[in-house]
Design a protein around this ligand. Sequence first.
Ligand SMILES: [Zn+2]
Length: 469
Amino acid sequence: MSYHYDILLKNGLVVDPVTNREEIADIAIAGGKIVEIMPGLSAEKAQEAFDLKGHMVMPGIVDLHAHASAWLGGRFGHKMMAQVGVTTALDMSGPIDSVLDIASEYGVGMNIACIQYVRPGHTVRDTNPGEKELETLLEQCLTQGGLGFKMLGGHYPLTPEATARAIEIVNKNKAYVAFHAGSLNKGSNIEGFLEAVELAQGNSLHMAHINSYCRGSVRPCLVETEEAIAALEKNPNIRSEAYLSPMNGTSAKCSGGTPESLVTHKCLNTGGFEATEAGLEAAILAGWAQINLEKGGEVVLAIGQEALEYWRSKGTETTVSFSVNPPEPRLRLAVAKRQSGEFVVDCIGTDGGGIPRNVIAEMGLSLVRLQALTLKEFVQKISCTPARILGLKNKGHFTLGADADITVLDLERQRAYMSLVNGKVIMYKGYVCGKGGNVIATAQGEAAVRAKGLNPVIVDLADSKFYQR
Ligand SMILES: [Zn+2]
């Protein structure tokens, strides 16, 4: 007689808002799917059984804002995400080729989706790309295995007209579009955010990291936060996430004596430094600018002489983090609700991946401990809702027959303990053991994903929560 189940997860606190569960039960997995959930399933029927007493078992964490490309995040992003229990992530900048290459070489069994940056001088000619140019770029992006566009306005702005045009074109094609607010008119702040909401003109749009427009750079930070909340309430076409870490992440690359990114300029000014290459150097030595440094198979934050030497050795082309997110907006944005009872900000993301701030479990569980979120609400924001936004019908819930994408959390230590993707363990007790990668793409990108040796997960965004309100 053969085993009934491949894996049995015993005695965990199973939490799933979709099936309205919060109870101690066993979860049986066979053929990569969830086949049974109830207490008292026999370990003898399973090839492998884990006793998860004292742990919480939830649908796999979906981080709707991560970075794992050579341009941003780097090769260790997958491993760093798996270590903290993330099973699915959306890379929020591309380039798509690089995201797929890294998934293929450094993948640890996770699901990854990717959108392509719309960046003057890189993917578009200048700051005012026309309809034809944007359509061609979108076509290429989908064929390469991407889901749509990321507009990097805050860092590398377009004209407001081109920004609106890009959002419109993506919507016509029912692809995905995310926006880091900012244009040639407005910066990466609350004014830029309010402009972005206008530029969407009722189209579906993912507004990235809402907390980053509420840092108090125009008005007091909580005033900005309430303005952002009011705008999101009024515009149900906008999907959003906010993150919990105090740290941001931006480019440290300089050319002609100044940092290229306008966000980096602002962060330097905030810390009392000049927005020049010399100012950035001083900020690194003073500890205000923390260089993202690859070391020992992960990315760490570094300051002082070591950081300065690393930054110079890379010709300034590194990521840099500043502690610019005040706590009050982060807390308010994580918990704010609409009158309907739904969250104003759909998801808790990280803007992490290879940028070391993957704190969904660590800091999110602090919100649960504070009783600012219930466990079910927490799971809603970090798994159910983001899975639906990406059109992943078989993920983000524990319905029988769903994909066995599972995250196990140690509630006491506020850490991820174990995670599985399609019924395969990819992380156990912090050790990452998964291999390869699954890429969430449209039918148009299936061949490109396979050509990279990766496994396609095909979604229809027209039928996702990105478009369905
Ligand atoms: Zn980002």
